[in-house]
Structures are given as C-alpha cells and as structure tokens.
Design a protein around this ligand. Sequence first.
Ligand code: NAD
Length: 256
Amino acid sequence: MKSLEGRTAIVTGSAQGIGRGIAEVLGREGAKVVIADINGELAEATARQLEDEGIEAIGAGVDVTDTDSLDGLVARTVEEFGSIDILAANAGIYPADPIEEVDRAGWDRVMDLNVAGAFFSFQACLPQMREQGYGRAVFTSSISGPYTGHPGYSHYGASKAAVLGFMRSAAIETARQGITVNAVLPGNVQTPGLDDAGEEHKQAMMASIPMGEFATPADIGWAVRFLASEEARYITGHPLVVDGGQVLPETPLALH
Ligand code: NAD
C-alpha cells in the first residue's frame, strides 16, 4: 500500500514549478490531488498529465487571494474526493524590486498572495479538517526572509518570514485536533519562476550552494510528503529547510 493511499491533497500554485512537483510526489504516493492554480487551463492540463500516470487528479482555476474562490475549491474537493487531508499552500510570487521601486500596490500584491493567500487557504480548509479530526498543512516559505536576504527581495523576504509567524500560532491553535501545521523552506529550485529571475541571478545563486546544484521540484515534494504523512504526527510548527546546504557557509571561502 502506498503511504498516502486514501488521502486527499489540495496543492495551490501547482499547475507548474514547485507546486507541480509537490502534487506529483503526493499523487505517486497514493493521494488524490487537486491542482489548484490561478491558471485554470494549465491546472487542467497538469491534472490530465497526472491522470495519465494513474493518479486521481482534478484541475481547478482558483485565486488564493479571493476567499470566495477558496470556498469554492473546498466545496468542490469535498464533493468530488470526500475529504481534505493535506493542504500544501504553495502559491506565491517573487518579483525582484529594489526598495525605492516598491510602491504600495507592489507591496500589497506580494503580501496579499504570499501571506494572505496562505492564511486564507488554510482558513478555508480548517472546518473540514476539524470535522475529520485530521489535517496536515504545509506552507511553502523560503530560506529568503527567515534565514537569508538578497537585494531586491525585501518585500518577498518579509512575506516568507510572515508565513512562519502565522504557522507557529496556527500549529498551537489546532494542536489538539489532529492537525499539524508546518513549512518547507526551499533554497533555489529549478522552476519557470526561477528562470524568469534571469541567468545572472541563477549563476549567483548556484555559486552559493554547497551541493552545487539547484533543487528539483520533487526534492521539495518529498519534504512535503514527509510532513504530510501520518508518521509526522508529532511534528508541528516546524520550518524544514530544503536547500542543498545554502544557509550553511560562514564565508564564501567555505565553498571552495
Ligand atoms: P512558479 O512561478 O513557477 O509557479 C507558481 C504557480 O503559482 C504558477 O502556476 C502560478 O500560476 C500560480 N499562482 C500565481 N498566483 C496565484 C494565485 N493568486 N492563486 C493561485 N495560484 C497562483 O513559482 P515556483 O518557483 O514554483 O514557486 C512556488 C512557491 O515556492 C512560491 O511560494 C515561491 O515563493 C516559493 N519558493 C520558490 C523558490 C524557487 O527557487 N523557485 C525558492 C523558495 C521558495
């Protein structure tokens, strides 16, 4: 029997990139997966590709900044799959903007999607998880913010640190209801989003990774799979770094 047989997982921002990697790993481990993404067409296409592999999957066009959209996602998931056991709240953006160039709308966009989007995704799933007496929430944070910084990513770093602040209180608030709330903190993962950041950014990042390679989306997926498993029942409020050692060097000399 596969480790997540009988479980249902919602993965936000999973039409591509890390979210897709998470959905593929959870699906291959036996979970039914909901590919929830603002790009509904690509979500459908990704779901069909997972189905071709024998994974039960549905694609849903969802905007995580819209609570009505999230309520619709929850209702559809329960109707089609019967439960919500796992939420991987992964949708996020990482625009590169120097501080002077961040206007109020740009700040709000990053916070709305990366912080409020994660918060309200969890809030929408919570009644169902409480009713089941079982739930595994895993947020995609980042090493950037909680552990590291990078010019141009101050608003992004603030948003990813904020997710951890929310995670810790949510973990305590739900600790006696069979629900765990954790986060994965990727370093640099080879995704379309990382490609958009440009070759110079990618080379600079690569030079700071002791393992000398970017993570694959599946590397993050396996970390989520562990936190989403029954075996991880006693782990809650934990930020799990998945970065090939990127936060470790005390000096760049350590990398030579
Ligand atoms: P990506 O841009 O490749 O994919 C993000 C997905 O989210 C896209 O499919 C997009 O359509 C979807 N999305 C965007 N806005 C949405 C919304 N409002 N509602 C629902 N879906 C929406 O990005 P990625 O690199 O896969 O990153 C995924 C997550 O991982 C983000 O939270 C990001 O901050 C985080 N992260 C990425 C890296 C990296 O190196 N790629 C590192 C650390 C953390």
